[in-house]
Design a protein around this ligand. Sequence first.
Ligand code: GDP
Ligand code: IMO
Ligand code: MG
Length: 465
Amino acid sequence: MPAKTQTVGATYQVARQNKKKDTMPITILIGAQWGDEGKGRVVDWLAASADIVARYAGGDNAGHTVALDGEVYKLHMIPSGILHSDVVSVMGNGMVINPVNLVREINVLRKMGVDITPERLVISSRAHIITPAHIALDKARELALGDNKIGTTLRGIGPAYLDKTGRAGIRTGDMLLDVEEYAERLVNAIELSNEDLRSQGLGTLDAREAAHSYLEAADFLRPYIRDVSIYLYQALKAGKKVVCEGAQGTLLDIDHGSYPFVTSSSPTAGGALTGLGVGPLFVERVLGVAKAFSTRVGGGPMPTELHGDIAQHFRGSGVNFWDEFGTTTGRPRRCGWLDVVMLRYAVSVNGLSELMLTKMDILSGLDELQLATAYEIDGDRYDYPPVTNEQLERAKPVYETMPGWREDISNCRHFSDLPAAARDYIRRVSQLCDVPIDMVSVGPERDQLVLKGTSEGLPTAAQAM
Ligand code: GDP
Ligand code: IMO
Ligand code: MG
């Protein structure tokens, strides 16, 4: 009979050792709203003290912006850690990958001086491949839905996940097969989707021609593909720090979002574990990122949406790269007051250990700010979102008015530098959501961050992890 300690698994032992040091190796970063919260810039900052940054969901529907020394990087599939030369970027099995667009993204980044090699970028062999037929089907479905369309990014995301769960998809690992066999799988997959297109009376794709560029991409990507779950397990056992980079946001989650106006993956905290193949005992922090106001792109309910001058103030005119126009599609984003009901929900669904607010600088110049602290629906008060979308469509926000501020805060670096009204706003959101807010951002650049409780200056990312 082995001694009791010998029966304890390696994961548990690492977890226990790390617990003693009072730190676990994984930080999960989640979008707490409808996406575009500024996740990319926060991941870039956290990456300074991480060894690995791993994306776990979505595909090139995401657009993560990182501004660094006047250069603006737009990342769609590649994790935002790629801008740190000593960080390995990982693309998990929970992602859907368009290989041709991925090669393009790698080449754009290389032209901008980013070093990308198989030592710096690891792609899961279990991610699913988006084919040109998925893109055609995405367009066809949106067209058929007419006024009820979801407003997808038309990147083929939904149809690719549909094939995954329908067990008809092809995976990144298939690129490691003999070329003829991979080509055959590709052609078969496209032909299968062609049947769908045909049944809708739509034009079909020439499967062989469509497969051609995919074979070229496979030659390029082959050295990057491996088993990510085992790679991460070994790294975690060796004490490496991992940041899991969420894409999309809590309210776009296939299970927990405003279905059907959602994406087809799991951007919430649970998705990080299944989307990378890592266990929960390694997780230390779940950090939610929210904008200081609300935005949404695409269809679906948005109780605090505004249409007048305030919405325009939030959106900007499009001259600045941080104005509210989609990073992936260029569509103007819908804008509104901060919806605390949705944030409270994000805290609960993800078990957030902390929340961060971005774009606080954009609130400058408004006399008053409104916080939606609850909804009123058919005469009843709701502190959390209602069960059905129909109720959500009827939700009237219950607003609490707070004083605004006029000062430009983009050069603030300490909490004490912020105007009292800005500090009160942050404190009130934290109170209403019952979650600590120790960090806000006041501009898109890496150092435009304000951290609570520091009088000597901005702590290093290592101090913050
Ligand atoms: P993500 O998808 O969550 O990574 O967010 P996006 O990159 O799609 O959109 C966020 C936009 O806000 C980007 O253009 C960022 O550069 C910008 N941004 C992030 N934080 C701040 C901030 O504190 N102030 C301002 N003005 N812009 C910010
Ligand atoms: P990041 O990671 C904002 C939205 C689309 C649409 C819905 C479904 O940059 O925050 P899809 O193409 O996924 O089938 O579209 O989800 N959406 C996003 N909105 N930010 C994103 O990503 C998004 N990814 C998808 O606009 O409403
Ligand atoms: Mg985005």
